[in-house]
Design a protein around this ligand. Structure first.
Ligand code: HEC
Ligand code: HEC
Ligand code: HEC
Length: 421
């Protein structure tokens, strides 16, 4: 609440002055919805891939709702904004949007009627998308099944016109320009990761007005109660990422010597699984290049981490170690190579993060594959451990990362329990 009020006050102050000088947008005339035959099948297929890179379905589909029919709640420090109905329904969706109106939404963050859209819709990334790719996205979206579903009203405390101020401060327009000094694959990867892929929307920290701190990219951010880890040179991953391990992880959620994907990243991976191998490889190359540490240093760190033995079976009277030995060691000390085994937790990312939230979420809720999915299954312990036991366990697991203890683990455990009540 505090942040919200302060932010609102700042906006109101700057507002009056700035609004007057900001450009305004006019409505773009409605069109008769184009028929599916108007689009070439190849264009629709290309659009499907680009939509998967952009996670469009994730934010534009309510839990248990019809695909793209809207109603997914994007929580921001300023209130909830709902992903809209993107199906071509003429009343509740975008059936009457021309390609020009659609392109303006992605490039400018403005709807067909000319209103500013909230940046919970990551157009600060999507603006980098070429007209050609927007054409393919439009073809894909306009050929979805129309669904009549009104998007719930959002609860953002900042009135729409004030988004103009946010844009004046933070929004960088302009389609991605390839860097001639980089090879074509790197440019492709950068275009996708920084544009439609909007990796920074979660992995880059945000300022008080919700804008990404562009001068500190990929040093770790917060999303939906999860920490999105730092990527690149300050990555806390025990075994440093390589282009190959990133490519495997981004397509499957799991790769040697790294934890299974969880939380909001699991959705990103589900979407990327539908993207071409080539494009995911390109994204992986771009992300790997962010790690500027010398190759020998990264190799030495990997060798050291991989040599560390699992610790759980060591005789210890530490309460957390005892719980670990009883509840976790059977799978996690065995290693993935063994039947029913899982990654030693000294290699997992969650104990190495700046806050214990992800680890607590994973232990409480497990990592459960969706129906029909063949993926590893981490059991949930929400009912099996008391808050005190979970606290002791989490404090112990932090020692596996050989990092300074976390503050107030008990408080974080209580907060996670409360979230679910
Ligand atoms: C992180 C969540 C998120 C993702 C990912 C996302 N959107 Fe959205 N989108 C939103 C939200 C939230 C809104 C509503 C913003 C508002 O009400 O101001 C929105 C609004 C829109 C609008 C305006 C619709 C209208 O009726 O005003 C379009 C068009 C759109 N999104 C297209 C896309 C496309 C195409 C993709 C994938 C490339 C995509 N979005 C991915 C969250 C998202
Ligand atoms: C029945 C076997 C089993 C038990 C018991 C179990 N896990 Fe897991 N756990 C898994 C599997 C399988 C995965 C995902 C694949 C992997 O890591 O190899 C996983 C994943 C995790 C992850 C995510 C990172 C990673 O390694 O993929 C964490 C953290 C984790 N478990 C912690 C725990 C803790 C703490 C306990 C004890 C309270 C526990 N697990 C008990 C099987 C188990
Ligand atoms: C909706 C938010 C979100 C988006 C978008 C997102 N991530 Fe993530 N990512 C997360 C979260 C949260 C985690 C931590 C959970 C986990 O370990 O799976 C994570 C974990 C990861 C990890 C594992 C880090 C480690 O050291 O174990 C990698 C690598 C990664 N993301 C890369 C990417 C790339 C590349 C993109 C863009 C294509 C991307 N992410 C987009 C939220 C996001």
């Amino acid at each position: 609440m505090h942040v919200r009020t302060a932010a609102a006050a700042v906006l109101v102050l700057v507002g009056g002055l700035a609004l007057a000088s900001c450009s305004s947008y006019t409505a773009i005339a409605p069109v008769t919805p184009p028929s599916a035959e108007a689009f070439a099948p190849e264009l629709i297929a290309k659009g499907a891939q680009l939509a998967a890179v952009g996670d469009c379905v994730t934010c534009h589909t309510a839990e248990d709702g019809k695909s793209y029919a809207g109603g997914f709640a994007v929580e921001t420090p300023f209130g909830t904004v709902y992903g809209t109905n993107l199906t071509p329904d003429t009343e509740t969706g975008i059936g009457r949007w021309s390609e020009t109106a659609f392109a303006r939404a992605l490039h400018e963050g403005v709807d067909r009627a000319g209103h500013h859209l909230y940046p919970a819709f990551p157009y600060d990334h999507f603006a980098k998308t070429t007209d050609e790719d927007i054409r393919a996205l439009y073809a894909f979206i306009m050929t979805r099944e129309p669904v009549r579903a009104r998007t719930p009203a959002n609860t953002v405390i900042v009135p729409r016109p004030f988004v103009a101020i946010w844009k004046a401060l933070y929004f960088e327009r302009g389609v991605f320009q390839p860097d001639p000094a980089q090879d074509a694959r790197r440019n492709r990867g950068e275009y996708l990761a920084e544009g439609l892929g909007h990796c920074g929307a979660c992995h880059t920290p945000r300022n008080k007005l919700g804008a990404e701190k562009k001068d500190n990219p990929y040093v770790g951010g917060e999303v939906e109660g999860w920490h999105a880890p730092a990527l690149g040179a300050v990555s806390p991953s025990p075994v440093p990422w390589t282009a190959d391990s990133l490519a495997a992880y981004l397509r499957t959620g799991i790769t040697d010597a790294h934890g299974l994907t969880a939380g909001p990243m699991a959705e990103v991976v589900r979407n990327l699984a539908r993207v071409s191998e080539e494009d995911v490889q390109a994204i992986a190359r771009h992300m790997a290049a962010l790690d500027t540490r010398p190759a020998e240093q990264r190799k030495a760190q990997a060798t050291k981490a991989l040599a560390a033995p699992p610790r759980g079976r060591a005789a210890s009277t530490d309460r957390g170690a005892v719980i670990y030995a009883g509840a976790c060691a059977d799978c996690h000390d065995r290693g993935r190579a063994a039947e029913g085994g899982a990654l030693p937790l000294s290699l997992a990312i969650a104990p190495a993060l700046p806050t214990p939230g992800n680890l607590i979420h994973i232990i409480r809720d497990g990592i459960v594959p969706k129906e029909h999915e063949h993926a590893p299954w981490m059991p949930n312990f929400a009912g099996a451990l008391t808050d005190d036991q979970l606290t002791d366990l989490v404090v112990y697991l932090r020692t596996l990362a050989e990092l300074p203890p976390w503050n107030d683990v008990a408080g974080e455990v209580r907060a996670a329990a409360k979230e679910q009540e």
